[in-house]
Design a protein around this ligand. Structure first.
Ligand code: PRP
Ligand code: URA
Length: 215
């Protein structure tokens, strides 16, 4: 479903028609916050199938109404970490398909002048090394927020980390490759470039504002 990007080898891109169809609706500036929220959640739910493909499993035996059956369950405790605000919409879609996941929150706001991220909330499970962790934030622009988030998670003990975004910039992917070379970034698109305000072009605008109607 996802393919490795030829230039950014740390990125897996989803060219699935359903994901591209939904992403195009999200880019459309006439799409209002209600469908925008639904779409972001749906895309994350679709992407998580591929992202979890390599998750470790353990064999278990269950009793069916007929006989014993050998099955598999996820081996570790999965944690989803959305970067507020816009990551929340993606986390919702992931929890629809993986309701057993725990959720850690990272509140980060990008300074509009310096483009540096400021952390305003950090609420994470203690034993983050108990299983895989999925960092979610729809927009990878300069990569400042994602890089800082990955550093926080690694410092907190995460040893199996991957990231899901919707739209990545070449600049953001380069930054992640430099700062966190072991981390795979799953994205629905790699867009052309950043503009002078640090917005992704063509992008979809300010994801948090579009999601919550605060434009
Ligand atoms: C957006 C987005 C990322 C960040 C990306 O959040 O959701 O967290 O910007 O930019 P960067 O790669 O240059 O760091 P924002 O700071 O606008 O907060 P919001 O979701 O609350 O609007
Ligand atoms: N954050 C957003 O929400 N959109 C961008 O284009 C860049 C950063």
């Amino acid at each position: 479903m996802g393919t490795k990007h030829p230039e950014f080898t740390n990125a897996v891109i989803f060219d699935h028609p359903l994901i591209q169809h939904k992403l195009t609706w999200m880019r459309d500036k006439t799409t209002s916050y209600r469908p925008f929220r639904a779409l972001i959640s749906q895309i994350a739910g679709l992407m998580v199938f591929e992202v979890t493909r390599s998750f470790p499993t353990k064999e278990v035996t269950v009793q069916t109404p007929v006989e014993q059956a050998l099955g598999k369950r996820l081996a570790g405790r999965v944690t989803v970490v959305p970067v507020l605000r816009a990551g929340l919409g993606m986390a919702e879609g992931i929890l629809e398909v993986m309701p057993e996941a725990r959720v850690g929150h990272l509140g980060m706001a990008r300074d509009e002048e310096t483009l540096e991220p400021a952390v305003y909330l950090q609420k994470l499970p203690m034993d983050l090394n108990a299983g895989p962790v999925i960092l979610v934030d729809p927009m990878l622009a300069t990569g400042g927020s994602a890089s800082e988030a990955a550093t926080i998670l690694k410092d907190a003990g995460v040893d199996d980390l991957r990231m899901i975004c919707l739209v990545a910039s070449p600049e953001g992917l380069s930054r992640m490759a430099k700062d966190h070379p072991e981390l795979t970034v799953y994205s629905a698109s790699v867009d052309r470039q950043l503009d002078e305000r640090g917005y992704i072009c063509p992008g979809l605008g300010d994801a948090g504002d579009r999601m919550y109607g605060t434009v």
